[in-house]
Write a protein that binds this ligand. Sequence first.
Ligand code: TMP
Length: 225
Amino acid sequence: MSRQRPHRGPLITFEGGEGTGKSLQVARLCATLEARGVPCLATREPGATPLGQVIEGLIRGREGLPLEPVAELLLFLADRHQHVSQVVAPALRQGKVVVCDRFLDSSEVYQGRVRGLGWERVRRLNQWVCGEVWPDLTILLDLEPKVGLARAARRQAGQGQGRDRLEREELDFHRRVRQGYLDQARAEPERIRVIPAAGSPQEVAERVWQGVEPFLEEWPCGSKA
Ligand code: TMP
């Protein structure tokens, strides 16, 4: 994507499998940016709008409905379009750095590459759904799935929650998710930075910052860290 578009903030997305620490790193990055006086919005998919919350309930299986892969994809895309229109695009126009926990690569990997709908088809749908709002930088947190699943299980036990429908998938599914993300990164090395997610949250946050700081320094219309 061109870096020459004026008068808007950058969109930074975080991607990765379960338990890779995306939510924590999104929060840390926003805290770092705000401490430096950079206006920032932390957001996530699915579920960042009122409609998105209803969709999230359907997808996570709280309603107990079985979902076909295409229906699941279309729900994620409906959530995304609502999120882009109501939350992401307005914040970018205000010049904020928008940091999003999962975005279009999640659909291309989970539904496109792993569930077999084809990432190119999902890419075309993402282009329709997102329009001009495209990630300028994507941080891929990469971790061995067994380690990630153990982390996610500990987090959910601590919160008194059961595992949701997507996390109950077999280990092989999560291995294919990891490989799907690495393939995605290989295809777009300019946009997608692979960051090892093993180690303490502080260590990972430092690696993330090493990728984000030079990116923001080059951003053409402000939002410098
Ligand atoms: P998370 O909030 O713990 O990241 O869980 C979201 C789940 O939804 C995760 O299993 C990945 C999945 N997902 C998709 O399959 N496709 C998508 O487009 C998005 C945004 C999420």
